[in-house]
Ligand binder design. Structure first.
Ligand SMILES: [Ca+2]
Length: 334
């Protein structure tokens, strides 16, 4: 009897030890997960090329952890609605936050009907209705403060920004601790020698020059995809657009064709230019790109230029000609 009791006790002790060890192992695992906690934040102003950003992420199996919309291609209420639509289309599990609604200097920012009257190639309403969305979906979005809390809870955040930099600027200025948690920023914006706005500027950076200046004066590690590379290497021809099978994503055709028509009408460029998509291509396959470090300064108007006094920025300067076409075609057809 004594022996049985002793075995039982030993068994209980062993079980206790096992549970305790497992708990320790779980704790160690949790700790190591904590050590490498990383996240992806995507900051957009949709926009037909922003729409293709979300498509490329989704169709390549990349789930953002947080999405946020900034004013830009259209006033903020449009870009916020479009982001919610896109997140629903691609079944993103990400939280969605309301980003900056206007630039620091409060000037009006819109590129009119360049991306359609709804900034989504005029397919926004039909997608919204088909997805049975309501205004309540949008009203439930988080705030910049919530996004800041999320960033501060992570050790290593990759932040993609493909619209004006106002939200990013507010994050690092209003919640300074976020800056050390953002490991790298992939930015579409600015021009080194190529411009599409008066004053040697690019559209996204001209949208909020003060924000650009704030970000360029920060310690953030920036990889820049300026107009110089996007105008040429993010461009897709009419013939290439016609080769894509749209049966799995019919409205993508509207985005590409509308973008092509607008580039012909406003920029005299006979191509659809998917500027923003280069950031995602870099996230997926950085070895495709030639990247050169440059020292750049920004003024409050959103103009950037080389200067010995400037911040060292990694600037994407080249990639194979059809890389973006191949990725977009594969994504749409997947
Ligand atoms: Ca954009």
């Amino acid at each position: 009897m004594k022996k049985i009791a002793s075995y039982l006790l030993t068994g209980v002790a062993a079980a206790f030890l096992l549970v305790s060890c497992n708990k320790k192992a779980d704790a160690v695992e949790a700790e190591s997960v904590q050590e490498v906690s990383s996240a992806l934040v995507v900051d957009v102003d949709p926009g037909t090329d922003d729409a293709m950003v979300t498509m490329l992420l989704a169709r390549n199996g990349v789930q953002p952890d947080y999405c946020v919309s900034t004013f830009g291609n259209m006033p903020w209420n449009y870009t916020q609605r479009n982001l919610n639509i896109l997140a629903k289309v691609f079944d993103f599990k990400a939280q969605i936050a309301c980003g900056a609604k206007e630039p620091y200097d409060k000037h009006e920012v819109t590129c009119g009907d360049f991306h359609g009257n709804d900034a989504l190639a005029d397919v926004g309403d039909s997608l919204f209705n088909a997805l049975k969305m309501t205004q309540a979906d949008i009203d439930g979005n988080k705030k910049i403060a919530d996004l800041a809390d999320f960033i501060m809870s992570k050790d290593s955040v990759t932040y993609i920004v493909v619209g004006p930099m106002a939200t990013l600027s507010h994050l690092i200025k209003d919640y300074p601790e976020t800056e050390s948690h953002i490991k790298r920023v992939l930015v579409m914006g600015g021009g080194i020698d190529t411009f599409n706005k008066d004053g040697d500027k690019e559209y996204n950076f001209a949208g909020d020059g003060i924000a650009v200046k704030n970000v360029f004066e920060s310690s953030l590690d920036i990889t820049l995809f300026p107009l110089d590379i996007t105008n040429t290497k993010a461009a897709i021809s009419k013939e290439q657009i016609a080769t894509i099978d749209y049966s799995k994503l019919p409205w993508a055709r509207n985005c590409l064709e509308h973008n092509l028509r607008s580039n012909m009408k406003y920029n005299k460029i006979p191509m659809a230019v998917m500027h923003d998509c280069l950031t995602v291509l870099y996230l997926l396959e950085p070895s495709l790109f030639k990247v050169t470090d440059m020292k750049l300064i920004a003024n409050e108007g959103g103009h950037i230029e080389k200067s010995e006094e400037g911040k060292t920025v990694h600037v994407a300067t080249d990639l194979p000609a059809d890389a973006i076409y191949n990725y977009i075609k594969a994504g749409i057809e997947k």
